[in-house]
Design a protein around this ligand. Sequence first.
Ligand SMILES: [Cu+2]
Length: 113
Amino acid sequence: MNKTHKTLIATLAVALLAPLGALADDAHHKPAAAASAGTGALTDGEVRKIDLEAGKVTLKHAEIKSLDMPAMTMVFVVKDKAMLDKLKTGDKVRFKAVNDGGKFTVTDIQPAP
Ligand SMILES: [Cu+2]
């Protein structure tokens, strides 16, 4: 094997391996799946019970990152009782909740798309 051949093989090897390296590199640097971060993020939930008098709603909800809460079923207070008018048990919803001095309060709720 003469020098020219060695150089050619080395060049080919680089040409073949470089794209693989680039792919692997790309995988490592991909941003974490556009996290549903952001303060306006809504959480998926399902209405389990509505208490119009008390202004409370029981929701089976997905993880709420902003409240550091795993998925569960729990009672929320609603900011405005009128929010309950458009809801009924079994509805799939998307909502936003805040921790208002220890009271988990729904500030926005809408039908799931
Ligand atoms: Cu909860």
